[in-house]
Design a protein around this ligand. Structure first.
Ligand SMILES: *[C@@H]1O[C@H](CO)[C@@H](O)[C@H](O)[C@H]1NC(C)=O
Ligand SMILES: *[C@@H]1O[C@H](CO)[C@@H](O)[C@H](O)[C@H]1NC(C)=O
Length: 587
């Protein structure tokens, strides 16, 4: 069709119309012999041809769409993109600033955008406290390459799904919310991966829908999806992300409609039916206390108070419950609002981030809510008193668990617990007692040992410790606990520790572990969890790349290897439990 039209044009215009005078005369003779109907047909044809040419002319804004397959299409069409987006401080502009200025972005001050659509409260702070240094150091380059490798596999085999299965070359859906994609947005933004970011943004805008007739876990969706959307809204200033977050927040809110206000753990996003987990009448303590940063930020960002009210009520209720020297049991009932008697006390699974979010909520709200700080300090004292123990023979300090409501001590530590040194040192930075620093340093060294002592240089999910001198090993691993899910907690702690002490040893430790990930978890189409950290000959790949590998592990490694302390400023952002930075407010 295109070709035949242009053939006609070529025949008619150059030689016949603009030929010599003889030809011109014969043209007019021929023209006058035509009937009116024939002339009209020719007029219409010429007009149609002209329109067609205009339409296909490059640079015509109505015809250009952002082409995900061709990166150059995204870079050259700034004018076009700003027509499509109506927000002047859009992502494209930010990325152009990255390209042009190549240095510290000046702080634009709080930008009051009129509304989400029309209400008066949206607060976006694009790029405040975020700096994009160039050129990247060699180690940062290596982490960016790792991210790109992971992303390539995800894009090819799992695009828009929750998780990549890199070995079977397919995907796994847990909630069906594109978890890996949403979790990766701010990582790509910080790494300056513009092309990848714009593709992902396009998917969120056009394909991320929450009207799913499917049960999801309130906590997981809050820290990953709500946190991810709010974080990238603040970093980029793009309101589309806030609108998505608002829709999700509204769908999650019915979880809180319980007799006590303590939320149920699960909810159907379509029917809004909330309920306790299938396997238990209770919610997990850490889950109901690790949603506050995100819902508070949703309220602050939109000016709609109900989200913050719901989660503050939960936090305050938990504050009023009786604890063991500040330590909490891991289960709580949404109907009675009481802890389950005799449940375990741990800083691992189901307990961990209760303590983390006490400190972080206090920081997020400008250190104005005293009970959060008090409960945090009491909790850490409880840890020092009841849970911190030392190994034989090398006297490594670790955090164990209390069973049966605090009666039996179990010398077992989840890798999850290795988030604690980071939280402790963040607290010290904000004025917490010096004894917390000592605890942080010692615990960090033990966590490092859980890596060093494995032949793969990768830590297992759970480590047991020798406290009675049964043999000469400080720590051991049970067969069922020998897996490594590419978890971030230790790297997270290294980043905080390096931020605050500037001791480059922590960068070295992170680099050693990154090498181990490269060696034992990298596969052709991404990275995979492994089943056995104790056997270099067969690590038993598990064929799953969790979203937190891209959201957290690689982000923290990238931040750890940066020598620019303001790359992500911990005095302006508080980072949620899934490594999504959210702004610190003054109250
Ligand atoms: C704002 O507009 C978007 C799209 O135009 C819509 O999806 C969203 O629900 C609106 N938000 C509010 C709060 O009205
Ligand atoms: C840096 O940290 C390591 C590990 O904690 C420690 O052994 C070393 O003494 C520290 N270096 C300095 C200069 O503080």
């Amino acid at each position: 069709m295109d070709a035949s039209i242009s053939d006609h044009v070529a025949l008619l215009l150059p030689s016949d119309v603009y030929g010599d005078s003889k030809k011109t005369r014969s043209f007019w003779r021929w023209w006058n012999q035509l009937s009116r109907f024939q002339r009209s047909l020719i007029y219409m044809f010429v007009i149609a041809v002209l329109f067609t040419i205009l339409y296909f002319l490059p640079g015509n804004s109505e015809n250009v769409v952002v082409d995900v397959e061709k990166p150059e299409a995204n870079t050259i069409k700034k004018d076009v993109l700003s027509n499509i987006r109506n927000d002047p401080r859009d992502v494209e502009n930010d990325f152009n600033e990255i390209e042009n200025e190549n240095q510290v972005l000046e702080e634009p001050g709080d930008v009051q955008i009129d509304d989400i659509n029309n209400s008066k409260h949206v607060l976006a702070r694009p790029n405040i406290g975020v700096q994009f240094p160039e050129p990247l150091g060699e180690r940062q380059e290596a982490v960016v390459e790792a991210f790109k490798h992971a992303w390539k596999g995800y894009k090819r085999f799992a695009w828009g799904h929750d998780h990549l299965k890199p070995i079977s070359e397919t995907y796994h859906d847990w909630f069906g919310l594109g978890l890996t994609l949403v979790d990766s947005l701010d990582t790509m933004y910080l790494m300056g991966l513009k092309k990848e970011f714009l593709e992902a943004k396009d998917w969120v805008e056009n394909h991320l829908h929450f009207d799913k007739n499917r049960d999801v876990n309130l906590f997981e969706v809050t820290i990953r999806v709500l946190g991810g959307l709010l974080s990238i809204f603040h970093l980029s200033g793009d309101k589309m992300f806030l609108n998505k977050a608002l829709d999700l927040g509204d769908r999650l809110l019915p979880c809180f409609e319980t007799p006590s206000g303590i939320p149920y753990s699960d909810i159907n996003l379509f029917s809004s039916k909330a309920h306790a987990p299938k396997w238990s009448p209770d919610s997990s303590t850490s889950e109901v206390t690790t949603i506050q940063l995100e819902f508070k930020d949703l309220s602050r960002s939109t000016g709609i108070p109900k989200y913050e009210e719901a989660v503050s009520k939960v936090a305050h209720h938990v504050h009023t419950l009786e604890k063991k020297d500040g330590l909490v049991p891991i289960f709580i009932n949404a109907n009675s609002g009481q802890f389950r008697m005799h449940s375990t006390i741990t800083l691992g699974a189901r307990g961990d981030s209760y303590y983390e979010y006490l400190l972080k909520q206090w920081i997020q709200t400008g250190k104005t809510v005293d009970y959060l700080k008090d409960d945090y300090i009491e909790g850490i004292s409880g840890v020092q008193k009841h849970l911190a123990e030392r190994t034989v023979p090398n006297s490594y300090l670790f955090i164990g668990e209390l069973l049966v409501g605090g009666k039996d001590f179990k010398p077992k530590m989840d890798h999850l617990t290795c988030y604690l040194p980071g939280t402790l040192v963040l607290g010290v930075h904000h004025g917490m007692p010096d004894s917390h620093m000592k605890l942080a340093e010692e615990l960090l060294a033990t966590c490092y040992q859980t890596y060093v002592q494995q032949p793969t240089f990768l830590a297992p999910e759970i480590t047991y410790f020798n406290i009675h001198g049964e043999n000469s090993n400080d720590m051991y691993v049970k067969t069922n606990d020998a897996h490594n899910l590419l978890r971030p907690e230790f790297i997270e702690s290294l980043w905080y520790m390096y931020q605050i002490t500037k001791n480059t040893t922590y960068q070295e430790w992170g680099w050693n572990i990154f090498q181990a990930f490269e060696k034992y978890t990298k596969v052709v189409n991404g990275y995979t969890s492994i089943g056995n950290v104790r056997n270099t000959a067969n690590v038993r790949p598990k064929d799953l790349m969790e979203s937190f590998f891209l959201s957290e592990t690689l982000k923290y490694l990238y931040l750890l290897f940066s020598n620019n302390p303001k790359l992500l400023d911990i005095d302006k952002y508080v980072v949620n439990s899934e490594a999504h930075p959210l702004p610190i407010y003054s109250s």
